[in-house]
Design a protein around this ligand. Structure first.
Ligand code: HEC
Ligand code: HEC
Ligand code: HEC
Length: 423
């Protein structure tokens, strides 16, 4: 009897022990899964773009973000208890990321895109927090101190900016839209912070809209004079072309340049196919904008014929044949996947020619991504072409084929060239 009970006890104990181990194991697995999920969300949020700088450990900060008001340095967000955020509770982490408020109550500058991150869900905050506390290596690297001019050096002033320009509403699904479209909307509005570059800014540098239901949302912005295209609909691309562009920095028609290059490299090229398809479905759902320039076969043919005949050319046309034709071809349609189309390209037809001038002067390089590792490069022409030549060439490119954008002056080229030599 006693023996039996003892045996029973032992069996129960062994069972208990086993189930205890299993629970611990399950907890470990949960934690690992959460860290993995958080790491993926950090990719969606492109935290790396600003918090990791060459020569410093991952997430140790130190990126200088210059503005007219002074220089802001991104901070160390590794779990180091002294120089990083190792002492932050999950709530404090959530408040910094979603509201721009530090544990001591001071306010972050919106160089950290918290107006967009405000829409991150609690579940995603939890995974991000777990990743930053347990999946990132602590570093005691100390970034330089932020140096803003008075009155912008007064962080308390941000409190009023926040009251007026941010919202602490959680993500609001678009009524009547599919789950896929809403997944895309969630990424674009929150972690993806697409609006921080693609939404026009108001008088106080605030994004004019933070939600999909507002027509200004993703309607096109400006980065130091470089027109950032509208994402509403992208009528001239199919959903698959949008996916290809975000995944590899290129599609049959275009190649990524400028600030979007690092977004593709560090963030969108790491997204799952399902998330990229959700973004594409969402941008199509937004619709709204007709193509900048409808592709016009006849008009394209007229320019192509002129260039091919090569008689009575304007100076702009001659410059094109001598410098660009080898890769972008007489029909301006380039070679799918290698040399982008100049006919219809957003950067060519943008209201401001600065992006196009920038690319001609400095060249451009496609990023290397997991699905398209080749880093195709366009050479720089700054030393080969004068301001006047670039102006004439750019004017031809903006008005040839089916393009129809305003002419470019040598003055405009000179201004962009000046910003390049400053660095
Ligand atoms: C566009 C640049 C940018 C991106 C993207 C960005 N940050 Fe930041 N972040 C900053 C800057 C700049 C600061 C410091 C602002 C200041 O000093 O006022 C900051 C501050 C922070 C802080 C406050 C730390 C402290 O010093 O108290 C946290 C936490 C943080 N970021 C987390 C994140 C996370 C998580 C992500 C990704 C989901 C992210 N950041 C993405 C620029 C960025
Ligand atoms: C740091 C600023 C920045 C952020 C953040 C950003 N973009 Fe961009 N994006 C740009 C710029 C600049 C261009 C123009 C690139 C060019 O001219 O080659 C661009 C171009 C694009 C294009 C090509 C559009 C066209 O008509 O050629 C797509 C699609 C795009 N972005 C999607 C996104 C999505 C989706 C997000 C959010 C997940 C995002 N971008 C976040 C700056 C940004
Ligand atoms: C040796 C080949 C080569 C030559 C010559 C060349 N390009 Fe490019 N070009 C490229 C490649 C490759 C890209 C894609 C790089 C990228 O977008 O980052 C590109 C991209 C561009 C883009 C951006 C297109 C987009 O979809 O956003 C423009 C505009 C452009 N080139 C204009 C020109 C002009 C104008 C000339 C003549 C001055 C020229 N290119 C000469 C190879 C070339």
């Amino acid at each position: 009897m006693i023996k039996l009970t003892l045996k029973r006890l032992m069996v129960t104990n062994a069972l208990l022990l086993a189930s205890g181990l299993a629970t611990a194991q399950a907890a470990d697995n949960d934690q690992d899964a959460l860290i993995k999920q958080g790491e993926y969300l950090a990719r969606l949020g492109d935290c790396m773009a600003c918090h990791t700088t060459a020569g410093r450990p991952a997430y140790a900060g130190g990126l200088a973000i210059k503005s007219d008001l002074g220089t802001i340095y991104s901070t160390n967000i590794t779990p180091d208890k002294q120089y990083g955020i190792g002492n932050y509770t999950e709530q404090q982490f959530a408040d910094a990321v979603r509201k721009g408020v530090r544990p001591d109550g001071s306010y972050l500058y919106p160089a950290m895109p918290y107006p967009d991150y405000a829409a991150i869900s609690n579940t995603d905050i939890h995974a991000l927090y777990t990743y930053f506390m347990h999946g990132v290596t602590a570093s005691n690297s100390q970034p330089p101190a932020t140096d803003m001019r008075f009155p912008f050096s007064q962080r308390w002033g941000m409190r009023f900016w926040n009251l007026v320009f941010t919202s602490d509403k959680p993500f609001q699904p678009i009524g009547g839209a599919s789950a896929q479209v809403n997944r895309g909307a969630y990424i674009a509005e929150s972690l993806g912070h697409c609006g921080s570059c693609h939404t026009p800014r108001g008088f106080a540098m605030n994004e004019k809209a933070l939600h999909s239901n507002d027509r200004d949302f993703l309607a096109g912005g400006d980065l130091n004079g470089w027109d950032v295209p509208s994402l509403r609909g992208i009528a001239r691309w199919s959903p698959q072309e949008i996916v290809d562009y975000l995944q590899t920095g290129r599609n049959d028609k275009a190649g990524v340049a400028g600030e979007m290059t690092s977004v593709v490299e560090n963030s969108t090229s790491h997204m799952t196919d399902a998330d990229l398809q959700a973004i594409a479905a969402y941008l199509k759902f937004l619709g709204g904008n007709p193509p900048l320039q409808a592709y016009d076969q006849q008009k394209n043919q007229a320019t192509t014929d002129t260039l091919t005949a090569a008689v009575n050319l304007t100076e702009g046309q001659t410059l094109y044949l001598n410098n660009c034709d080898a890769c972008h071809f007489a029909n301006g349609l380039g070679a799918p996947g290698a040399f982008p189309q100049l006919d219809q390209a957003s950067v060519v037809n943008a209201q401001s020619p600065d992006g196009l001038i920038h690319i001609i002067l400095q060249g451009a390089q496609l990023p290397s991504t997991p699905k398209a590792p080749s880093m195709l490069k366009m050479p720089a022409f700054a030393h080969r072409l004068s301001d006047d030549q670039v102006a004439k060439l750019a004017t031809f490119v903006r008005q040839g084929w089916s393009n129809n954008a305003p002419a470019v002056t040598a003055d405009q080229v000179q201004k962009v060239r000046a910003t390049l030599t400053q660095h």
